[in-house]
Design a protein around this ligand. Sequence first.
Ligand SMILES: Nc1nc2c(ncn2[C@@H]2O[C@H](COP(=O)(O)OP(=O)(O)OP(=O)(O)O)[C@@H](O)[C@H]2O)c(=O)[nH]1
Ligand SMILES: [Zn+2]
Length: 361
Amino acid sequence: MTRDYSQFLPPSASGKTTIRERSPLEKLGWKPFFSQQTSVDDLTHTPPVRVVEVHRSGLHVLGEGLDITIPPRSDATVGDWLLYDQLSPPDSKVLERKSVLERRAPGSDRKKQLIAANVDTVFIVSSCNKDFNIARLERYVALAFEADVTPVILLTKADLCDDPSPYVDKASAISNRVLVEVLNALSTDPITKLAPWCKPGQTIAFLGSSGVGKSTLVNTLFMDEVAETGAIRDDDSKGRHTTTRRQLHFTSTHCAVVDTPGMRELQLTDVEAGISHLFGDMVALAGQCRFNDCKHDTEPGCAIQAALTRGDIDPARLARWNKLAAEEDFNSSSLTERKSASKSFQKRINSVQQKSRKPKK
Ligand SMILES: Nc1nc2c(ncn2[C@@H]2O[C@H](COP(=O)(O)OP(=O)(O)OP(=O)(O)O)[C@@H](O)[C@H]2O)c(=O)[nH]1
Ligand SMILES: [Zn+2]
């Protein structure tokens, strides 16, 4: 008896092709998650459009046969899907987001700022040089976890470094749920190494300090100069801020790429869940402390201190967790709470810093 196994073979081997032409909306990143929020009536009267650029003067949106600018609004950001109300564009409804990246704005009012919406993968970019900072990478990873976006760490400038492996080892130790790729952003590396995430209909974003190579990565992906890159100052490995607008670009294979300004001042905002996810081992240990409100300092029955004594946890990582958690408490509290908490927050930071400076025994 002969059996037909062709269904188990890849399309090319079976001679059949399963590649289906994507609709104009799918090419912009439209997914069942969004269509489930709309009715046939909605789709006819208020066609979906995606925000591809945010200007002071308005939002540039694209849809099926639509390429328009609608009035600016603070509740929508690049990557958002709107149901475009042709009679009254300001009333266009913002669809529920699959994910959203936000930050606490620098300055006194510290309002929440939307970075990008509906991103599937965020590439956290750092370089194999003085820019590399484990605590900063952890912040970005916590932010991605909180936003429900898959984080991938990219270490650029491998070509300028004799041995990138110590950077890779440190970055890989952040979380076993985060993959690390090391590359030269100026070569064709990004095209091959980012391919698993840059699929049609996917939306990707790059986060990281100024000068780490985010624009270069975008340019290499497009093999074109879509984002302006800046020369770096040699003395401190810091770049100039060259990316100013938030934009969504589409590759020829219909992967949407968010290009965001450098965010050296990233502050965490309401990322408690993201931090707990990243430091899950510490959270689990803390759950074994005798007291619920244990500060893991001198309290009796403290599981964290016990693990520290046994050498099971790294004191520097514990200090980073404490600092991140304290920062999160502070940023997520109200202004009045913050004023009164400000003193104790500073004390806590000082004590964390003192502890992390103490030499290992
Ligand atoms: N040799 C080498 N140079 C790189 C690499 N990645 C980036 N550069 C260079 O580093 C400089 C800064 O890169 P950008 O792409 O502008 O950095 P950015 O992260 O977009 O910076 P902002 O736009 O300020 O946020 C440029 O001169 C790039 O050519 C790399 O992997 N290898
Ligand atoms: Zn404790």
